[in-house]
Structure formats: structure tokens, C-alpha cells
Design a protein around this ligand. Structure first.
Ligand code: NAD
Length: 414
């Protein structure tokens, strides 16, 4: 079974575990395990060399009971309908858990952005928006960035949407600041993740200022998490990207490393480091492990080799269900993705509100609102876990599902 098929299966298993605990009816389960709408689109793109290449993309809306659908758009060669389904469902639980007025959706395009020129990427981004615009809208479905998409891609997509529907800032979040983006959005997922690490350190008796930390992935989320962790005094001993990992037992200078990565497009070769594989780095002894790259990287085959005191999931679904059970038996707490990486969608919510109000907030206000919202959700999940003797992940799912069920019942099932 491939990792990505497992991810969708995993999401359903987690849902069932939480649904068993809160005792949901069969019809409720069926409603919440299926998706509201699935759109698959074809994008023929004229490449720079004159050839025609046909790409496939998806926009999948899982559940919109709590508000307009919300979720990022991923450009990656692994994208397929099951991956997008899994990520869309996770968005429903994430927005409910952190209590923002959205449902869950996700988009994806099967492509390798490293093989596209900037102009090809622009044509693909605009073509994708032109094909999905019929099911989105500022009160219907609001996309955002995810892996390999960024503020520039959001700007192209917003611009394309505007051609048919008129200038609409609130159609997409994660935009560049001069085009309606929010201060703090770019680093929000990494910042929110570190707010959560700080709370978890208090509960699991880790002194963050004396901690060692390993971070897989050094893109938007991983590099910002590294920056904020090092500001807290944590020693980042290893980070990685798709090309491999670097290690220095005395800690990495994250500011310098970010400059190095910006110049060289990789962390590999950073001075005074030894190179490891991504698999080896996950097994390093450390206080805090932050997977911030791909799904399924900790699985039944390597979970027993993990030597950390705390895992905080910045990536979506980095731990498989079987690995979760192993880690629980080893006493390693895991703060789940639907909370730990929710900083991005929380500040996306703030961006949407600012766009609708045509009024901007300053950075201090955004960061303090983010901290309040994400820490409240952490405490609710922790209390639920302690009260019901459930893992943090199942507690997070159960809380989120209860909130969605509540509004589904208020609206009526049909
Ligand atoms: P990104 O594209 O900016 O960075 C991804 C990083 O992972 C890069 O350093 C890349 O080299 C590395 N990587 C890719 N394949 C890898 C592999 N096989 N092994 C090791 N490293 C690999 O993406 P991002 O926005 O930082 O997203 C990372 C994760 O966080 C994803 O799971 C994404 O869904 C999740 N996430 C992102 C946001 C956000 O706001 N960007 C919000 C919530 C969740």
C-alpha cells in the first residue's frame, strides 16, 4: 500500500476511533466520512518549448457546516484524489478544533514545480483557478498556499478569479502584503507550532531553553519553526530538506542557515555539519522532534527507533496510525497536526476578516490573537485528554467532531 493511500485510510481510522468514543450514529459517521463535493479538472498547458502538457488538479470540499470551505492548494508529484480527500477532511477537523468559522477543503495539482519555469508555473496556477472558480467564492470556499505554492501563486490565482468575478481580495488567503495579504501569515504556521511546543513543554516537563530539537523539512513551516525555536533558546541539532539532513551536535545557526538555503536552494553543504539521510535524522536523540515536511515519515517500521521526549506535528499526517500506537506504548507524547500546524489557517482567517472589512491589523495584534486562539485549543484538547484518558490526537479529533456534529444537528441533516 503506498504512503498516500495509507494517509486517506489513516484519516478514516482516526475518525472512527474518535467516533467510537463519542458514540456517533451510523448515519452521522457516513455523512462525516464522505465528501460534499469533489472536482477534478484537466489543465492543458502550453510549455515554453512549444509542447503541450496536460496536468490534473482537484478541489475537494469535505464539510461546510461550520462555514465556508477552507484549505490550501498543494502542487506536488504525489497529488492524487485520495491525498486531497484526506487533507480536506483534516481541514474540517482543524478549523473546528481551533474554533474558526470554516469548513474543510483542499486543492492539489499533480506537478513537479522544480521542472516548471516561472511562466509555466504562472500559466498552470491561472489555469487551475479558471477551472475551479465555479465552486469557490469568498463565502463559499477560500483556498490558501500549501506545499510548493506561495504568496506569488496566490496573487496569480486571485488575479485570474477577478477576471470573471471582479476584484475579490477575500477569495484566497496567503497573498502578498501589497495585494491584501496579512502581516504574519507567511510565518504563522511555524509561529503557531512553536506556541504549541511551549505549552506542551510545560505539561511534559521540558525546559525549552535548554532543549535540543530536530526538524524535518526546511521550507516555509520548518524554517520558521526553526527560527522561533532557536529564539526560545532551543538548540536545533539537525534539519533536513528533500536532498537530505544536516547535523551538528552543538546546534545550527538558524539565521545563517536560512540565508544559506535562500542562496543554495538546499540546506546540504552548510558549513560545519555532517550529512545524514532523512531517515537517520528522525532517529536522533533529542528533546523535541518536529516533522515539517511530508506525510507518513514515521511509520510502523521506524517508530520504535524514535528517541525524543515530545513530537509536535508541523506537517500534515507525518505519523501513521500504527506508528501512533507504538509511540504511545513508548510514552512519547504526540501533539497532532490538526492543532500543531493550525497557525496558518488561523492567520488565514484573520486575513479573510481583514479583507472583508477592508481594514488591516498590525502584527502585534495578529500574533497575540493567534497565540490566544491556538493556546486555548491546546488547553481544551489537553483537558479532554486528561478527563477521558485518551491520546492527544483522538482527543483533538473527538472535540472537533463533536463541534461539527453540533452544527449539523442545528442545521438539520439534509
Ligand atoms: P514547503 O514546500 O515550503 O517545504 C517543504 C519542505 O519539505 C522543503 O524543505 C522540502 O525540501 C522538504 N521535503 C520535501 N520532500 C521531502 C522528503 N521526501 N523528505 C524530506 N523533506 C522533504 O512546504 P510547507 O508549506 O513548509 O509545508 C510543509 C508541511 O506543512 C506540509 O505537510 C504541509 O501540508 C504542512 N502545512 C503547511 C502550512 C503552511 O502554512 N505552509 C500550513 C499547515 C500545514
Amino acid at each position: 500500500m503506498s504512503g498516500k493511500i495509507k494517509m486517506y485510510e489513516n484519516t478514516k481510522i482516526l475518525f472512527d476511533k474518535a467516533a467510537d468514543f463519542i458514540n456517533i450514529s451510523e448515519e452521522g459517521r457516513f455523512l462525516l466520512k464522505t465528501h460534499y463535493r469533489e472536482l477534478s479538472v484537466q489543465m492543458p498547458i502550453r510549455m515554453d518549448d512549444g509542447s503541450l502538457k496536460v496536468f490534473t488538479g482537484y478541489r475537494i470540499q469535505h464539510n461546510g457546516s461550520r462555514g465556508p470551505y477552507k484549505g490550501g492548494i498543494r502542487f506536488h508529484p504525489s497529488v492524487d484524489i485520495d491525498e486531497v480527500r484526506a487533507l480536506a477532511a483534516l481541514m474540517t477537523w482543524k478549523t473546528a478544533l481551533v474554533d474558526i468559522p470554516f469548513g474543510g477543503a483542499k486543492g492539489g495539482v499533480n506537478c513537479d514545480t522544480k521542472k516548471l519555469s516561472l511562466t509555466e508555473l504562472e500559466r498552470l496556477s491561472k489555469s487551475y483557478m479558471a477551472k475551479i472558480d465555479l465552486i469557490i467564492g469568498p463565502y463559499r470556499d477560500i483556498p490558501a498556499p500549501d506545499m510548493n505554492t506561495n504568496a506569488q501563486v496566490m496573487a496569480w490565482m486571485m488575479s485570474e478569479y477577478g477576471k470573471k468575478h471582479g476584484h475579490t481580495l477575500a477569495i484566497i488567503t496567503g497573498k502578498p502584503i501589497p495585494l491584501g495579504g496579512s502581516l504574519g501569515r507567511e510565518e504563522a504556521t511555524g509561529r503557531g507550532c512553536v506556541y504549541i511546543v511551549k505549552e506542551a513543554c510545560k505539561d511534559f516537563n521540558i525546559d525549552i531553553s535548554k532543549s535540543t530539537c530536530v526538524i524535518q523539512g526546511f521550507g516555509n513551516v520548518g524554517s520558521n519553526a526553526a527560527k522561533f525555536m532557536s529564539e526560545e533558546g532551543s538548540k536545533i541539532i539537525s534539519v533536513s530538506d528533500v536532498q537530505g539532513a544536516i547535523y551538528n551536535k552543538d546546534g545550527l545557526n538558524i539565521e545563517e542557515l536560512i540565508k544559506y538555503r535562500n542562496k543554495n536552494s538546499t540546506v546540504i553543504g552548510f558549513p560545519n555539519t555532517t550529512q545524514l539521510t532523512n531517515e537517520e535524522m528522525l532517529e536522533l536523540e533529542c528533546d523535541i522532534l518536529i516533522p515539517a515536511a511530508l506525510e507518513g515519515v514515521i511509520h510502523g517500521g521506524n517508530a520504535h527507533k524514535i528517541k525524543t521526549k515530545l513530537i509536535v506535528e508541523a506537517a500534515n499526517a507525518p505519523i501513521s496510525v500504527d506508528a501512533d500506537d507504538i509511540l504511545e506504548s513508548m510514552g512519547i507524547p504526540v501533539v497532532p497536526d490538526i492543532l500543531a500546524n493550525a497557525g496558518g489557517v488561523i492567520v488565514s482567517y484573520f486575513e479573510w476578516v481583514q479583507n472583508l472589512q477592508q481594514f488591516t491589523w498590525d502584527l502585534d495584534e495578529i500574533n497575540s490573537k493567534l497565540k490566544k486562539k491556538i493556546n486555548k485549543a491546546y488547553r481544551e484538547m489537553m483537558n479532554y485528554s486528561q478527563k477521558n484518558k485518551l491520546s492527544l490526537r483522538i482527543s483533538a479529533f473527538a472535540l472537533a467532531i463533536e463541534r461539527v456534529i453540533e452544527v449539523v444537528k442545528l442545521r438539520g441533516w439534509g
